[in-house]
Each structure stands twice: as C-alpha cells, then as structure tokens.
Design a protein around this ligand. Structure first.
Ligand code: F6R
Length: 614
C-alpha cells in the first residue's frame, strides 16, 4: 500500500526521502512523488511507475534539488488510475499547502461537490486532492496549518495517514492518523515522519507511534501531539526493535528467497524462551493476563485475511483436536459485516503479519464491541492490531519485505502450536508425557525445515522449468494439509500469475475433477498420516485421467513413486505440526516458477504488502 516519508532538519532532505521511499517499495505501489519547500517556493515532482522513474526524472535537475523540509510518497491507486497527475503530493488550489495521504476519504465526493460549487477546480481524480483543497480552505480562515488540518479532518470520514506542509510555515510538518499507520522518528535536531519504521531506521531508532485521532506538529527540534479537538497528549518514545540488516537482501536475489531461507531461524525465534521442551510446557507472557478467559472460553474465533487466514485454518485443527476447544475461522472481511453472534465468553484471535490489515483490525473492533476478548498473533511490533488487542503473542519473524508472505506464515503456525500446547496442558486434554513428545516434535521443526531447504531446491528448480508455461494448477491436501494446499496455490497465483486452486483432496470428485487432463498439474500434499490411504485414492483418480502429479511426500513413502511424476521428499513431522514443514517446498515452487517466468517476485503486480484499505 502507499508509503510516506517526511523530514525536517538541517540536512538536505532529498536523498533521505528518496532512500526512505526505496525502503518502502516492498509495500506495493504504482507511482511516487516528493514535495519540497525551499526559499519560499514549493517544488512538487511526481511520476507514475517506480521510485527509479522518479529518480530519473529528478536527475534532469542535476542534483540542484535541495531542501531542509520535504516529504515523499509512494501511491497504490484507489481513486483514479496510476499516472503522474494522480500521484501524490497534492496541493490546494492556490498551492499554499501540499499533502500526502495513505487511506481513503470516504465522503470525498460530497466535499468535492461543495468545493466545486464554491469555485474549486481539481486536476486529479483522487480523494486526496479534495482533502488538500479542504485543508486549503481552512487555512485561509486560520492562517495556522495545524489548526487548518484539525478543522478539515473534523469534516472527513474515512481513513488517513496524513502529512501536510505549508509554504508559509516552513518550520513544521503536520501529521495525523486515523486507520493508517504513522510514526514519528525522533532524531537529534531533526525529525522524521513515516508510515513504516523501515523508511527511517537508517537515521533513528527512536519512534513515537501516533494513535487514531491524533495529530502531531513536528519541528526540527521538537513536537507537540494533540487530538483533533486540540487536547494536548503526552506520547512515549519507543525503540525500534529490528536491525537494518533485516531489511536488506543480504546476498539473495530476492527478499522472498531470503525470507524462505530464514525460516529455520524465524521458527526457532518464535519458540525461544517460550517452549520448555523437557517439561512439555509453554510460557506465553502476552497471554498471562487473559489466561482465565482462554481457559474458560466457550469458543475461539480466529479471523484474518489471505495467508494469515490459512494459518488460522491450521489453528482450527490444533485448537479443536489437541486442546478440544470449539473453534471457528472467518475471513475478517466477511466477519466485520455480518453481525456475528459473539458473547463475552468468546475469545477472538486476530492473525496478521503487518498488524495493520484494515479488515482484520475492523473485525477485532467489532468483536471487542460485542464483549469478546480480542487477542493478537502479530509480527510487526507496535502495530495497530498489537496495540488494540487485550493480549497476544508476537511471532518474532522479523521484518517481512517480500510481498508474498512466507516466514510470517510458518511463524504464525509455530505460535498457534505453542498456544495449543499451553491450552492443552492447562485444560488437561493431553498428559505430561504426551506434551513432552509434542514439545520435542516442535523443537525439531527448524532442523527439518533446514533439511528441506538444502535437499529439495535443485529438484524444485527442475519442476519449475518443466511447468513454467502452464496456465493452471490444482493443489490438494487433507486435514491440516488442506490449508497448506490453499497457501501453496495462493503463493503461485501471487507471484507467477498462474491460476491455481487449492481444494481438500476429497472434494475434487465434486467438481474440479472435470479439469483434469494431461495438461493439468496437480500438487498433492500427502504425508504418511492417518488419512494417507484416502489421499492416495485421490492420486489414483488423477492418474487415471492422465493428470500430472507433483507429490510432497515423506521420505519413507515407497508407494508414492508408482503414482506421482515428481516426488519431493520432506521429513515426517507430527500431524498438526506437519504444515510448517510441508509448506516449504510449495514456497520454493512458487518462487522458482516466478523466476522462470521472469516476473517481479518481490513486488508482484497489483499487490500491496499491507492492505490498509477495505
Ligand atoms: C499473501 C499475503 C496476503 C496477506 C494478507 C493479510 O502472501 O501476503 O494474503 O497474508 O493480506 O495480511 P496480514 O497478515 O498483514 O494481515
């Protein structure tokens, strides 16, 4: 989604902003722009395309661009196609102020009609330009940019992470947040504003997280924070926890490949200090205060989107079958609008890598309003979902830059497994000996993942070469490996643009089997578990129709070679933890397919890393 970087201080802001925009590229965008204030003149430059296109455009000025106050933006189009005019920043009619904006102004049409009646004309098709004109109107009345922003926002419905600068007040930046993340980076004699710490962590690790409804007036040497109604607020300065090296590619061709290979470590990080292997115990500090609620939960609801929703589906198997708690999994986008029956005895888990997904955040608010205990399973520390939840567990996967989620997924599964073990012990649904076995199984997972990475990559590259020209793929699995099939299919769609469907293997005969012929590759996730024989029958059905089979199977499986065209071997893993290992070859397959098809792996078309709009 859109990205924001702003700077005020003694240094030339242009390279700071452009580097910040580059660090936000992973979020997904289709145009970029900057606005600078220098010697009483506004300079606004913007370009459709990549930050590199903006930089090329700026190169014509031969490095003469320099300013101590400026801001930059990467736009992911919502209102109006991606082109130079619709790119941000936008100015008011008299070009006295400039704004950049993440989010959506829902009532922009009625504001635009009113302003048009008053004589305003608009250059772009964006909601943001309408907001710029509205702030401009307020500025005429107040001559104070901070008050103008507050007054304008009082009339606005929708979401925003907003940054505003004014020609006549070149000593300040105004920032405001509602529903779209914004942080202030606190430097020494200089300050920053950004939608994501990655944009400014080169310069400062000290940040202030703005909350919804808050406005900040930022100067080079200080800042003032307030509500939209101008009540002053004191904010705490917090420390960014990740290292710069974590947001760099570190020798890999793509962030996605780096993140796939980080998984032995990230899975271990999710368990570190939490899993007590010898005792078969799990300690989760973030759930301590809600332990009784969890113990007595009438039902658990897991709600999330995309890959995180797939993790939730595995969570359902874990919570129900090991901890014996009735569990439902819902798409957050559906949950928020269907008036679900929720009581104070329900516990709702929100799963989110970014912690900013608009639908998941809204689903959590809905559940909270209805009295449920809302908990987060989140990667990004300090994100909105983490802050609004009554408790939860960070997955500690570190920054995930590749748009296609990989390491966050396996860390989410690891955390769901930890919660399951904790609940199962507390509720006595498994005894201590069983818990010790499970704990040892969990502890062995990182080594198994490492083994898969080291031993299947070459084979998967060959499979990708073989299938790189096909148009469709089917992914099948059963039990907890059904979500693995869904996730494998999603990964392939996202980055290689091949149509792929995931199904429970036994559902194939109810429709998708019509698609099977010699041109249809079918990926089966078929570990040697309790339903192995059943899935093998489904393989037979595909084979009988000359479908081409790629099987993700266990090393000791001697039957599978008779049916499958390609067998990728993975170590045996306890059933409900199996998805953490079994997904790895499917992540690699989607990655190498995308490489073979020469698509943009880390920034696939139309996708955004963090979906902060509905
Ligand atoms: C898939 C992917 C998306 C996200 C979804 C939810 O690779 O990245 O499907 O999983 O947008 O995002 P989070 O987990 O940030 O809430």
């Amino acid at each position: 989604m859109c990205g924001i970087v702003g700077y005020i201080g003694p240094r030339n802001c242009v390279p700071i902003i452009l580097e910040g925009l580059r660090r936000l590229e992973y979020r997904g965008y289709d145009s970029a722009g900057i606005a600078l204030v220098k010697d009483g003149v506004f300079r606004v430059e913007k370009k459709a395309g990549k930050v590199a296109d903006l930089v090329n455009h700026l190169n014509q000025f031969n490095g003469s661009l320099s300013a101590q106050l400026g801001m930059g933006h990467t736009r992911w189009a919502t209102h109006g196609e991606p082109n130079d005019v619709n790119a941000h920043p936008h100015c008011d009619g008299e070009a006295r102020i400039a704004i950049i904006h993440n989010g959506i102004i829902e009532n922009y049409a009625s504001i635009k009609t009113k302003l048009t009646r008053e004589g305003h004309t608009f250059k772009s098709a964006t909601d943001t330009e309408v907001l710029a004109h509205l702030i401009g109107e307020m500025y005429k009345r107040t001559n104070d940019i901070c008050s103008a922003v507050r007054l304008a926002l009082a009339e606005v419905q929708g979401t925003y992470g907003l940054v505003v600068i004014a020609l006549n007040e070149p000593d300040k930046i105004i920032a405001a947040r509602r529903g779209s993340p914004l942080i202030i980076g606190v430097g020494d004699g200089e300050n920053f504003v950004a939608s994501d710490a990655a944009a400014i962590v080169d310069h400062t690790r000290h940040v202030i997280y703005l909350e919804d409804g808050e406005v900040a007036e930022i100067t080079a040497s200080g800042l003032r924070t307030m509500t939209i109604d101008d009540e002053q607020i004191e904010k705490e300065i917090e420390e960014v926890t990740f290292e710069l090296s974590q947001i760099e590619r570190g020798g890999y061709d793509h962030f996605m490949l780096k993140e796939i290979h980080e998984q032995p470590d990230t899975i271990m990080n999710a368990m570190r200090g939490r899993l007590q292997v010898e005792e078969g115990n799990v300690v989760l500090g973030g759930l301590r205060d809600v332990h009784d609620k969890l113990m007595n939960a009438r039902r658990i609801i897991i709600t999330a989107c995309g890959t995180s929703w797939h993790a939730g589906l595995v969570g359902e198997y874990l919570f129900e079958e090991v901890a014996r708690i009735p569990t439902e999994v819902e798409y957050a986008s559906e949950f928020r609008y269907r008036n679900p029956v929720i009581t104070k005895d329900d516990v709702v888990f929100l799963i989110s890598q970014s912690g900013e997904t608009a639908d998941t955040l809204a689903a959590g608010r809905e559940a909270k309003a209805k009295g449920a205990t809302v908990l987060g399973i989140v990667n990004v520390v300090g994100s909105s979902i983490a802050r609004e939840s009554s408790g939860g567990v960070y997955v500690h996967a570190g920054p995930e830059i590749g748009v296609a989620s990989t390491k966050a997924f396996t860390s989410q599964l690891t955390v769901l497994s930890l919660i399951t073990l904790m609940l199962a012990r507390s509720r006595n649904t498994i005894d201590k000996t069983h818990a010790q076995v499970l704990a040892r199984e969990m502890y062995a997972i990182p080594e198994k993942v490492k083994y898969v990475l080291e031993n299947t990559t070459d084979q998967i590259k060959e499979i990708a070469e073989e299938f790189k020209r096909v148009q469709n793929f089917l992914y099948l699995g059963r039990g907890a490996n059904f979500p693995v099939a869904l996730e494998g299919a999603l990964k392939l769609k996202e980055i290689s643009y091949i149509h792929a469907e995931g199904y429970p293997a036994a559902e194939m005969k109810h429709g998708p089997i019509a698609l099977i012929d010699e041109n249809m590759p079918v990926v089966f996730v078929v570990p040697k578990d309790g339903i192995y024989e059943k899935v093998m029958s489904n393989l037979q059905e595909v084979k009988a129709r000359r479908g081409r089979i790629i099987a993700i199977a266990n090393e000791d499986d001697t039957e599978i070679d008779k049916l499958a065209d390609f067998v990728v071997r993975v170590p045996r893993t306890y059933g409900y933890f199996g998805p953490i290992v079994n997904i790895i070859p499917l992540q690699l397959l989607s990655y190498y397919m995308a490489v073979a098809r020469e698509t943009n792996v880390d920034q696939p078309r139309n996708l955004a890393k963090s979906v902060t709009v509905e």
